[in-house]
Write a protein that binds this ligand. Sequence first.
Ligand code: G4P
Length: 522
Amino acid sequence: MSIHEEANKRRTFAIISHPDAGKTTLTETLLLFGNLIRSAGTVKGKKSGKFATSDWMEIEKQRGISVTSSVMNFPYKGLEVNILDTPGHEDFSEDTYRTLTAVDSVVMIIDATKGIEAQTKKLFKVCRMRGIPIFTFINKMDREGREPLDLLEEIEEVLDIETYPMNYPAGMGKRFLGNFDRHGNQFVRFTSNEEEKAIPYDELDDPQYEQMVAKEEFQLAKDEVSLLDEAGEEFSLDAVLSGKQTPVFFGSALAPFGVQTFFDTFMSMAPPPAPRKSTQGVVQPDNPDFSGFIFKIQANMNPAHRDRVAFVRVCSGKFEREMSVKLARTGKNIKLAQSQQFVASSRDTVQEAYAGDIIGIYDPNVYRIGDTILEGKELFEYDELPQFPPEQYKTVTAKNVMKSKQFKKGIEQLVQEGAIQLFTKYRTESYIIGAVGELQFDVFKYRMQNEYNSEVILENIGERVPRWIGDEKIDDSLFDERNMLVKDRDGTPVVLFKNEFSLNWFKDKHPDVDLIDLYEAN
Ligand code: G4P
């Protein structure tokens, strides 16, 4: 098979959701489709202890959560599916965001009983910033939830994206009858023990369905579907692929119901790996030379060996085991001696990989997040990974001032690795670290102590609203502890506003100061 055909078969996506919306359950059902696991309950080893792939650090064990994102891949109906897991705990980190730079589409799960929740909103913002196509699965229809029209309206209003319900539920919870499949012009019955049973629209007047059709839930949903047909958005694959419209599916990951139809439709619409921008122009996925970029570095996967693994998203060509590549940043040759592919239950050695695939390579402490590795004569780098504005801030100092060398080295390396973001106070140059999730601080503290033998003291500054300042010549007398002026790693001034209110107040008073929101600038 040619490189072109191989790349075209890849479908690489992440599932985003708020904890408890059903990500694990849905993933499990998908893995069942891929024949990767034989029974449900395998992935969720956080309780059973069976699934230990990401069980790499004490902190993780203590909290019983997955700090890092793992990758699963399986063949499905002629395609190669890669699912990138995003940590589901509220304490998620920048890794979660960065994972989204390595996927071609996203599945957003919404709990029908709750609607849009905080973490989904944050992750959605990053998808939007990158124009990633988003497919929505509204889960838990087997429970009493919110009205479907209400949920659709919420998605449109809160997330500012057009919705197109691919199917539409009749009833919910105990009264859940099934879905109107607008895409396939059929009604799919929700039956607990049988296979999903589809009835073409024109057969619904058959006497055997009389009872069901007469039900209030059925009639109400039928009216609402007619309303959507007349007044709702039109389906547009172009709008979906550019991230302006999201196809919405209703179902139950647990039953499972509606998952097969959802996944088949999603697979038929999800884009294969796209060409990527680089410093030497756009690189096609079927470019014969291998290239890829590092979106995540994970230290201490195996505490006994203290090794580090760099996660590479392949962007072009063919990856082969033990191949030699160049690190674009330094121009140096590197032999990729130990490469791994990630499967739900184990880490296997990968023999070959193509655009869209994710591989893990051994990192002898030379890689940085955002690095490009490639073969071929020409050196180029993929677009820099965006910097995600931290939300939480703490000052950091070394407990033992005698050990300032280890302290500096540790901070430098962890910052380079992207574990945490570093800022310095404008005048005093004291260190402030920023993170998108509280957990990053715990990991930082733990690793400073265990890897660099440096005990650190963290003091809370709290949640802040950061704005980068376009103008280098800044009058620092405008700022105080409330609206704190700091510098980022590159020396660019940043104001950490106490809250939105302070930010708006400042904007009113100083309309001439150019304040940049990274979410909008990226
Ligand atoms: P997460 O990975 O997004 O955090 O969610 P997870 O799949 O773990 O699901 C959270 C809870 O919601 C689980 O129940 C799960 O069984 C339930 N759930 C998921 N999908 C559905 C659905 O379609 N319908 C219903 N009724 N429930 C669903 P739990 O009691 O917290 O966990 P467990 O002990 O049952 O595993």
